[in-house]
Write a protein of this length. Structure first.
Ligand code: PAF
Length: 275
């Protein structure tokens, strides 16, 4: 595996691998890797000749300065974990990616305006800015994203549609801790107690599948979350799995999903469930 820090070298090797007829898989990450990321990298490794993994804490997708500052940065350990699963790790500086502050303003439409888009103004614009650059530099045949950030996948697909980026976007299932908590780099910031309590997010979402109507689901999830003193609910939305707009019936042809964001102490965790 080669660690690349410049865009010039990244583009150079990507062009050469393509010209040699290799299929390229790309896994964009912000580092602090866990089993969830590794599942994406393994899948990319299985489905492509060459794998690029990027590790870059993208400042322009953080709408909260403290969140950006506290985001774990563990490059050495990340590289160890990736081992031979990736051929290239792109780990640039902020100045390398953004020689000038990016000024692109996207309109990703309705998939980007709800839930995380509404709660974190500018977040998806920042995701679009970095993912577009990475995919244009590497030009991967396939790019891999985890379904914990389900809405992000919809936004990335829309960005690719708008910008005519032809990489296939491959959604990959959520990987969970043994206690059910969705794996996230943010889990490292939980205390041992908070980590155990946070398992209730998934437990409550799973239990809500027994409810018969959308109204019952919403009431059940909100009241169960409210019973746990360590939790502060940001939102719980029931949405059409394709459009991400509020669902009005469980019999929706695209399927209905529940999207939740909960603060556990200062740590903001997201998860989702398909009904
Ligand atoms: O999901 C993430 O870790 C980030 O949003 C991504 C896609 C790597 C862009 O910075």
């Amino acid at each position: 595996m080669e660690i690349i820090t410049t865009v010039e070298r990244l583009q150079d090797v990507a062009v050469r691998e393509r010209a040699a007829g290799k299929t390229i898989g790309m896994v964009p990450t912000m580092g602090a890797l866990h089993e969830g990321h590794l599942s994406l990298i393994r899948r990319a490794h299985e489905e492509n000749d060459i794998v690029f993994c990027s590790i870059f804490v993208n400042p322009v997708q953080f709408n909260n300065a403290e969140d950006l500052q506290k985001y774990p940065r563990t490059l050495e350990a990340d590289v160890q974990l990736i081992g031979d699963l990736a051929d290239y790790v792109f780990a640039p500086s902020v100045e390398e990616v953004f020689p000038v502050a990016p000024s692109e303003v996207y309109d990703f439409g309705s998939v980007a305006n709800v839930m995380e888009g509404a709660a974190r103004p500018g977040h998806f614009n920042g995701v679009g800015v970095i993912v577009r650059r990475l995919l244009e530099w590497v030009r991967p045949h396939k790019s891999y994203f985890g379904e914990k950030d389900y809405q992000q996948i919809a936004v990335v697909k829309e960005m690719c549609r708008q910008c005519r980026i032809l990489s296939e976007i491959v959604p990959c299932p959520i990987v969970r801790e043994p206690n059910g908590l969705a794996m996230s780099s943010r889990n490292r910031r939980l205390s041992v107690h908070e980590f155990e309590v946070a398992a209730n997010i998934h437990r409550i979402l799973e239990a809500s599948k027994a409810c018969a109507t959308l109204q019952e689901i919403k009431q059940f999830v909100e009241s169960e979350i409210d019973k746990i003193p360590e939790f502060q609910l940001d939102y719980f939305e029931l949405a059409d799995a394709a459009t991400l707009q509020t669902a009005d019936t469980l019999d929706n042809p695209h399927g209905v999903m529940g999207f939740i964001t909960v603060y556990v102490g200062p740590v903001r965790l997201i998860d989702n469930v398909r009904y």
